[in-house]
Design a protein around this ligand. Structure first.
Ligand SMILES: [Zn+2]
Length: 182
């Protein structure tokens, strides 16, 4: 049975079945992993509190066999480096983890991005600075961009799948779920 172990940041949690969950994580060693979490919504679950967006954890996965193959979370602990920090309460940062979940591909390790994410979540940066820095790391520099639609220099958002910058007026015409506001 294959097993993986890594530090990770929880990006998103979705319900599956009656009591199970699907958890999206950005891991240090393997990039994004989407994994099954059995019984995570039962009140007795030991994993539930750890598997919330914005939480830094150390996590162990096993590869599932059979018709529902893929990876499952079997164990996790809080990452001690983040104890006492307020990362899980930075709800203003939820658009950042939502964007990572949308933008990252599974099993593409990105240690530079991992180092950046750990750095910004261990300090009290403003959301806007974190969002701009994230785009620079990903190769899209907001400082040099203008709105693709109207060429305004006043850019307000980045479109995650089209990979374009937009001003606030042009961005407001698009569905918000694929936009990272700056
Ligand atoms: Zn525009």
């Amino acid at each position: 049975m294959r097993e993986l172990y890594s530090k990770a940041l929880v990006l998103e949690r979705k319900n599956a079945g009656e009591v199970d969950g699907i958890i999206s994580l950005f891991t240090e060693d393997f990039g994004k992993i989407v994994a099954f979490a059995k019984s995570v919504r039962k009140p007795t679950s030991k994993l539930s509190a750890h598997l919330q967006p914005l939480t830094f954890i150390k996590v162990r996965f096993i590869q599932r066999q059979g018709p529902r193959d893929g990876w499952a979370i079997v164990d996790c602990l809080y990452d001690d480096d983040f104890s006492g920090l307020d990362a899980p309460r930075r709800s203003d940062m939820l658009p950042i983890v939502g964007f990572l979940n949308l933008f990252l591909f599974e099993f593409q390790t990105d240690r530079k991005l991992w180092a950046y994410i750990r750095h910004v979540f261990s300090r009290r940066y403003e959301y806007s600075d974190v969002a701009k820095g994230l785009l620079v790391i990903m190769g899209f520099d907001p400082a040099k961009a203008d709105c693709l639609s109207c060429h305004s220099k006043e850019i307000a958002a980045f479109h995650g799948t089209d990979q374009i910058f937009l001003c606030s007026s042009c961005a407001s015409k698009l569905p918000p779920d694929r936009l990272l506001y700056l």
